[in-house]
Design a protein around this ligand. Structure first.
Ligand SMILES: Nc1ncnc2c1ncn2[C@@H]1O[C@H](COP(=O)(O)OP(=O)(O)OP(=O)(O)O)[C@@H](O)[C@H]1O
Ligand SMILES: [Mg+2]
Length: 227
């Protein structure tokens, strides 16, 4: 008989365990930083300018390697940048999403199905043939998210995706990601400075001094930051 079965059954799709990273000697950005996002939940990451949020996301996407500690995530992982102009590379919406599927070597019909499925998920199917330059900022961010959905990403990482958007488009985007997380079982980690966005997530992390100093209830994090 096992002595204790009251184990925590939560599965985490994003796990950062004691990660340290410095860009330069004597300037450690992350200091034994740990965080974990439960599968199928929408969490946000907050912290002052320069606190290391983007560095942590770059570590999560393998663009950087931690100097100590480990990172585990449920693949595939999708990433949405602050500035979509650095992410969308093809001339049209449909071509851009299809381009993200090249590595998977899917049959053309499956690619077409995935592109349309992803555009439907972000309510932009009518833009399939639209040139990228003719999209608004909010539409570009949704196309970047559609790219991740087309790849059937389990984890979605977003670095200040609303930074360049006006207030209405900002709330539309955060609501849409909240819905996608709930309807498709995606796990999302969203970096932001905008406290009103905390109303849409399941939990939040506050990064300070290279580690998470508070986590959990988004409203408590909001309170801490506003004081
Ligand atoms: N490419 C780089 N080379 C050297 N130092 C860097 C580089 N990128 C970031 N840093 C430094 O690492 C620290 C953390 O930066 P990071 O961009 O991760 O912060 P952030 O929390 O995302 O800030 P912000 O809210 O302004 O986006 C800062 O001191 C920054 O100057
Ligand atoms: Mg940043």
């Amino acid at each position: 008989m096992p002595t204790s079965c009251l184990c925590n059954m939560t599965n985490f799709a994003i796990n950062v365990d004691n990660v340290s990273f410095s860009w330069h000697e004597n300037a450690q950005v992350l200091k034994s930083c740990s965080l974990a996002v439960p599968e199928g939940e929408f969490w946000m990451l907050l912290g002052a300018n320069g606190s290391g949020k983007s560095t942590l996301l770059r570590l999560l996407t393998n663009l950087l390697t931690p100097q100590t500690g480990t990172i585990t995530m449920t693949p595939p992982v999708g990433f949405v940048f602050q500035n979509p102009d650095r992410q969308l590379v093809m001339p049209t919406v449909g071509a851009d999403i299809a381009f993200g599927l090249v590595e998977e070597k899917l049959p053309p019909l499956e690619v077409r199905y995935r592109v349309r499925e992803a555009l439907t998920a972000v309510n932009l199917l009518e833009l399939e043939r639209r040139p990228i330059y003719a999209l608004s900022g909010g539409q570009k961010q949704r196309i970047a998210i559609a790219g991740a959905i087309a790849r059937h990403c389990s984890v979605l990482l977003l670095d200040e995706p609303t930074a360049l958007l006006d207030a209405d488009t900002q709330i539309e985007l955060v609501e849409q990601v909240q819905n996608l997380v709930k309807s498709r079982g995606i796990t999302a980690l969203w970096v932001t400075h905008r406290l009103e966005e905390l109303n849409y997530c399941d939990g939040a992390f506050l990064l300070e001094g290279g580690k998470v100093v508070q986590q959990g209830d988004p409203q408590l994090i909001k309170k801490k930051i506003s004081h």
